[in-house]
Design a protein around this ligand. Structure first.
Ligand SMILES: Cc1ncc(COP(=O)(O)O)c(C=O)c1O
Length: 465
């Protein structure tokens, strides 16, 4: 394991550490077994055999065979390859990872709404499954909320649609892809049980190296090459195979699969502790109906809020990976909080690492109905194998201190009328209900429209005043 003792790392959804065992498995393929697996001589053929065996082992973790896998340079590439199955229109959920939304935006697509829990709205999916739709992509587990989607139920609906098309003589195929990047360590994945035709895997989220992914491809699905060249990976992804990374990916996936039950339980225990501690933090409510406040300075009768609430956990525990704790501290500038926590050795993020890095607003939190200021006050804590119960108690204490410090700062600044907020945009009642997911706001859609950039605006910290 890397030297993580300086930190309490609570951002496993962004990246997972590579264990010593995985590194040891990879090392020979950088050194004595460096040969190009396509070379004709014996040592190279041995490397080829090790590579194919690694694919078999990896495929086995999802109930598939090595020949069903196309190795790629990561989940983004797998997703882009999967989308080559689309010829007409794609349906994707409004909370997909940027890789899915961007790939969808390259052609005709519609967004499917989600409920406030982040679970897909099946009625909206049914309504949008017109005869033009030939590709559906719904992630198995969301990367900001940890929401687990009912894939078996979705594939049942798609089966019915296929049968109905057949009966009506409609020849448009219907291919089902899932991005399972976040799921392998916590969910027992089986492609047949899920009923998917394409499935994206990501090594970096299950203890493997970065820069390698895989796409499971059911034998009847027709894909187009994403790179042209030497014809590796059935001609769909040319380029010399990344043998060490594939070996590491297989070792990590096997370990993740065989430990998933105990890992789930470990995360549940830690999550309960952290959720209880966070739930106990009392914070001032957003200032909706302010009561007159009498300051110790006799002449100050300014109206400020005195109501106390608890932080709000996002998503729904019943449909959530046990490693995810997405939480909103209304009124707080979460980016500031992330920075302050990092200074005390607690590593967390405000959401998807790629979005946070660009400073763009989370389209996922917007899709479940959060206002701009609630999004600005949201943190994603994601637990993993590097965490201990002791660390979680420590992190809870520090988090509590920092959140209370931030609210005290806000109150102090309010009393002194200091400009804390770069953009005070507390939603009105009607704005809030407009944002409630599923039965409300029409999801963005359309050919060639970039859903991600649609929502990309400044995620400035907002303070309720
Ligand atoms: C759900 C999901 N899909 C896709 C990706 C993209 O993975 P990569 O950047 O390794 O290509 C990520 C990574 O954050 C993810 O969490």
């Amino acid at each position: 394991m890397p030297e993580l003792s300086k930190y309490i790392y609570l951002d496993h959804a962004a990246a997972t550490p590579v264990s010593d065992a995985v590194v040891r498995a990879m090392l020979p393929y950088f050194t004595q077994d460096f040969f190009n697996p396509s070379a004709p001589y014996r040592p190279a053929r041995q490397v080829r055999a090790a590579y194919e065996a690694a694919k078999d082992r990896l495929a086995h973790t999802i109930g598939a065979k090595g020949v069903d896998l196309i190795m790629t340079a990561g989940a983004t590439e797998s997703i882009n390859l999967a989308f080559t199955a689309r010829r007409s229109r794609a349906l994707v959920s409004s909370i997909e990872h940027a890789a899915v939304l961007s790939a969808a935006s390259a052609g005709d697509h519609l967004l499917v709404k989600v409920k406030p829990s982040g679970v897909i709205c099946l009625d909206d999916l049914r309504n949008k499954l017109s005869d033009e739709v030939d590709f559906v992509s719904i992630s198995l587990a969301n990367n900001e909320l940890g929401t687990i989607q009912p894939l078996a139920e979705i594939s049942r609906i798609l089966r019915e649609v296929r049968q109905d098309r057949l009966a009506r003589g409609v020849t448009t195929p219907l291919t089902f892809h899932t991005d399972a990047s976040q799921a392998l360590s916590l969910i027992d994945i089986n492609v047949a049980r899920l009923g998917v035709d394409l499935l994206t895997l990501n090594a970096a989220k299950c203890g493997g190296p970065k820069g390698i992914g895989a796409l499971y491809v059911s034998h009847h699905v027709q894909l187009q090459p994403i790179t042209l060249g030497g014809g590796q990976e059935r001609g769909l992804r040319s380029g010399t195979e990344n043998v060490p990374a594939a070996i590491g990916f297989a070792a990590a996936a096997e370990h993740a699969k065989s430990h998933s039950a105990s890992h789930r339980k470990h995360c549940q225990t830690m999550s309960q502790i952290l959720r209880q501690a966070i739930g106990g933090i009392k914070i001032p409510a957003p200032n909706r109906n302010p009561e007159p406040y009498t300051s110790i300075i006799a002449h100050n009768t300014e109206k400020v809020n005195t109501e106390i609430i608890s932080p709000r956990f996002l998503g729904d525990l019943k449909h959530q990976l046990s490693s995810f704790i997405p939480v909103c501290f209304p009124g707080i500038d979460a980016e500031r909080l992330v920075y302050r926590l990092a200074n005390r050795g607690i590593l967390v993020s405000t959401g998807a690492a790629c979005a946070a890095n660009k400073g763009s607003k989370s389209h996922v939190l917007a899709a479940i109905g959060l206002s701009d200021s609630e999004i600005a006050g949201s943190l994603r804590l994601s637990l993993g194998s590097t965490n201990t119960v002791e660390q979680i108690h420590q992190a809870a204490q520090i988090l509590r201190e920092e959140v209370e410090h931030e609210y005290a700062r806000i109150r102090g600044a309010q009393h002194q009328k200091l400009p804390l907020s770069r953009n005070s945009s507390r939603p009105t009642g009607s704005e809030r209900s407009d944002q409630a997911a599923c039965n409300d706001r029409p999801a963005r859609a359309g050919s060639g429209k970039t859903a991600v950039s649609d929502v990309a605006s400044s995620n400035s910290g907002n303070i309720y005043v």
